[in-house]
Each structure stands twice: as structure tokens, then as C-alpha cells.
Design a protein around this ligand. Structure first.
Ligand SMILES: [Zn+2]
Length: 84
């Protein structure tokens, strides 16, 4: 069960409101599509955009990965996004 219900996955939204590509900020909900670099596909690059709102997040790189803070949706860390 998700800890705080923030990540409910792919909800359908009207055009222009996302979801957004976390690396490029492309509006995927509007049919925009992009190609990721190998580093991005491997999850080595920091996703700088919030997939929920498309805002640019404040990114901090740590010895263990990264932390990205959305002004609206709060903090996401590499540990959370790669939970295994
Ligand atoms: Zn957000």
C-alpha cells in the first residue's frame, strides 16, 4: 500500500494537465512524446520535473541518489522511486 497516497499512477486527465514527463517536462497527457537519453532510461539522471504538475522541482543530489522537491507535491527521492 502506498505510504501517503501521493502516487496513484495513471489517472486520466484533460489535455494540457499532464501527466508530465519527469525528465523533459513534456506534456504526455497532450500527446507530446519524447525520447529519453540512455542515462534517463537507466534511471541515472535526476527527473527534474514533477510528473503530477509539470513544475520544475528543486533537485539535490546526495551520495545515495537524489531528492526532488515539488513546490506543490513535496519531496520524492531516488530511494522512493526505485523501491525494491
Ligand atoms: Zn507537483
Amino acid at each position: 500500500m502506498p505510504a501517503n497516497g501521493q502516487k496513484t499512477g495513471s489517472r486520466r486527465r484533460p489535455r494540457g494537465t499532464g501527466p508530465w514527463d519527469p525528465w523533459t517536462g513534456a506534456d504526455l497527457g497532450a500527446g507530446e512524446w519524447i525520447s529519453h537519453s540512455p542515462a534517463q532510461e537507466a534511471g541515472l539522471d535526476v527527473p527534474r520535473y514533477c510528473p503530477e504538475c509539470g513544475r520544475r522541482r528543486t533537485v539535490q543530489v546526495t551520495p545515495h541518489g537524489w531528492t526532488a522537491v515539488c513546490p506543490r507535491h513535496g519531496e520524492t527521492s531516488s530511494a522512493e522511486s526505485e523501491q525494491r
